[in-house]
Ligand binder design. Sequence first.
Ligand SMILES: [Zn+2]
Length: 383
Amino acid sequence: MSKRLLPLVPADLVVERMLPTSDRLTVMCRSRIAAPLCPGCGQPSSRRHGSYSRRLADLPWQGRRVQVEVQVRRLRCRWPGCAHRIFAERLSAVAGPHAQRTAHLGSPRHHIGLALGGRAGARLAERIGTPVSGATLIRLVRRGAPATPAAAPRVLGVDDWAWRRGQRYGTVLVDLERRAVVDLLPDREADSFAAWLRAHPGVEVIARDRGAGYADGGRRGAPDAVHVADRWHLLENCSAAVLEAMKRHMPALRAAAQPTSSTFAAETATATPASDPTASPPMTSAQRLQYEGWQRRVQVHGEVMRLHQQGFPVRHIARDLALSRNTVRRWVGANSLSCTGHGCTRSTPGGRYRTSAGSRVAETAPGSGETCAMQGSKAGCAS
Ligand SMILES: [Zn+2]
């Protein structure tokens, strides 16, 4: 079994034993190198002084956590003049000097941190069998980030970003041509931004918000750069301006909309006396659409009943009026139009129109013998 597992462990290690449990696999290893090099003088030594166990987390296997337990030797250095009388063998190809995970595991965790950040990344890592804290993921991302960008960006986006939301904010700098974050500044100060620009000459365009901080820093750090408002802030400013204008002119807008509503009410509520003291305010746009839909339904229902009384079969009526046969059967069987879904029990401004519409059912379907129940009473509208 050890031979089959050999390719799964780093080449510098030899597998000696495996200890599987239900949720974990421990792989006992030792170094393959007979005479490790002293880190002080670089000379090989095989004089053993002692040993200790070093545990390294590795990539999960079949959903189980994997721990590589390496027996690390302590060796004596006999090279004259070397400051290291005793040294521990290095596992350079496997893990760093003080690392608690193999180099194999560092890369996936780095990418998990990049993709998901701390907390979400930690949750995913737990699910795939390589538990790690969110703080460690963030530390891996920071450690893996390039210290300096490959080239100074020509078009630079600058904005706030949260080190910790609501508590501490910094500045994110983005190369907008390459769509890549080039740096993170610890604060939002104009001085920090100006210093960064001076250290990275070549920025020609700065896309920023309308705040004074980045404007000042940009002018001082890159005097020749052109400042533009980025798209997000442009849309946000536009939206805020429209809302402000609407708020300011709302009385005038309401006054302008009043005649239209009144005209519509007068046209549709012909059966309602103008002096009705219980008259409701004009319908909203949504109520008006709902009412118009219901009016069309009343008309179609009248046509169905007319054809039915003339002796046309259900199939014929359904085909001519582009209705389902079930709808036609239901209407013919009930002999009245269902009010379900038209807000009959709701107290809406359209209530007074429904009374007149109910009258129209009687007008359009005189032979039905029965009109919508809501014509007389809201409470009885359950057909
Ligand atoms: Zn030495």
